[in-house]
Design a binder for this molecule. Structure first.
Ligand SMILES: Nc1ncnc2c1ncn2[C@@H]1O[C@H](COP(=O)(O)OP(=O)(O)OP(=O)(O)O)[C@@H](O)[C@H]1O
Ligand SMILES: [Mg+2]
Length: 234
């Protein structure tokens, strides 16, 4: 199995060395569980240490906020952006026009960037944000299904971020994302403990435990040798 190093300290040890190359992995968790930090680490370290161009698609947060998140750890994002190794792209949706058509157009724009930059790592932050534009759950589900299906055709290792209510058995907001994805990684914050759990990872004998992690000045650090009781997560 060809694998992509996640770039996240301690994570690869939980998943037999990395994400299956070109797979789609859902990163789910409640607000403030470090989904954005994990996904931006995947993009930044991927470009810096593994020479893999990365595209970070933000649906609701502006580009500055994502950049700030990365530069906060003293990382030189600008250099990688100048070398065309990292791009942060804000999806441009507006509520006045037909949302399906806008999403189709954005998929084309994403696909073009992927080709131009030879993108190997893709992040979509977050799929939950679609709900801002679409009220009907059935419509969101089918759109999300089509959206992820199109992304899969791009041949990148993709992290989809899903914001949940943060309970231990919540893995997605609409119930579709966790089934379309090849892997699901749940992040939890039960103060003062942060933890991570690999719910599934196709073709991988992954850890079945919940592992603690910390955010330090160097970024996210998972401790693969330590574990937390499942019952300790609210
Ligand atoms: N330098 C740091 N040191 C310690 N903790 C930090 C640091 N930077 C960020 N954090 C923690 O990370 C949290 C934010 O993480 P992040 O933005 O990745 O969460 P998220 O899951 O994407 O949240 P949201 O649902 O709001 O998008 C902060 O609330 C803070 O607790
Ligand atoms: Mg976030």
């Amino acid at each position: 199995m060809d694998r992509t190093n996640s770039g996240v300290s301690g994570l690869d040890e939980l998943i037999e060395g990395g994400f299956p190359r070109d797979s789609t992995v859902l990163i789910s968790g409640g607000s403030g569980t470090c989904k954005t930090i994990l996904a931006s680490t995947f993009i930044y370290i991927g470009a810096k240490d593994f020479n893999e161009p990365g595209l970070y698609v933000s649906i609701e947060e502006n580009v500055k906020n994502i950049e700030w998140n990365i530069e906060n750890f003293g990382w030189d994002l600008k250099r990688l952006q100048d070398k065309n190794m990292v791009k942060i792209y804000k999806l441009n949706l507006n509520s006045e026009e037909n949302i399906e058509m806008q999403i189709k157009a954005e998929l084309k724009a994403i696909s073009k960037i992927v080709q131009q930059m030879n993108v190997k790592r893709l992040v979509v932050d977050s799929t939950t944000a679609f709900a801002v534009w679409i009220q009907e759950t059935g419509k969101i589900r089918s759109l999300l299904y089509e959206f992820t299906d199109e992304l899969k055709k791009l041949g990148c290792t993709t992290l989809l971020i899903a914001e949940t209510r943060g309970r231990r058995n919540d893995f997605s907001a609409f119930g579709v994302e966790e089934f379309v994805a090849d892997g699901v990684i749940a992040l939890y914050f039960s103060p003062p403990n942060r933890s991570v759990f690999v719910r599934k990872m196709r073709a991988t004998n992954h850890s079945k435990n919940v592992h603690p992690f910390e955010i330090t000045s160097k970024g996210i650090q998972i401790n693969p040798r330590d574990k937390i009781m499942w019952e300790a997560i609210k």
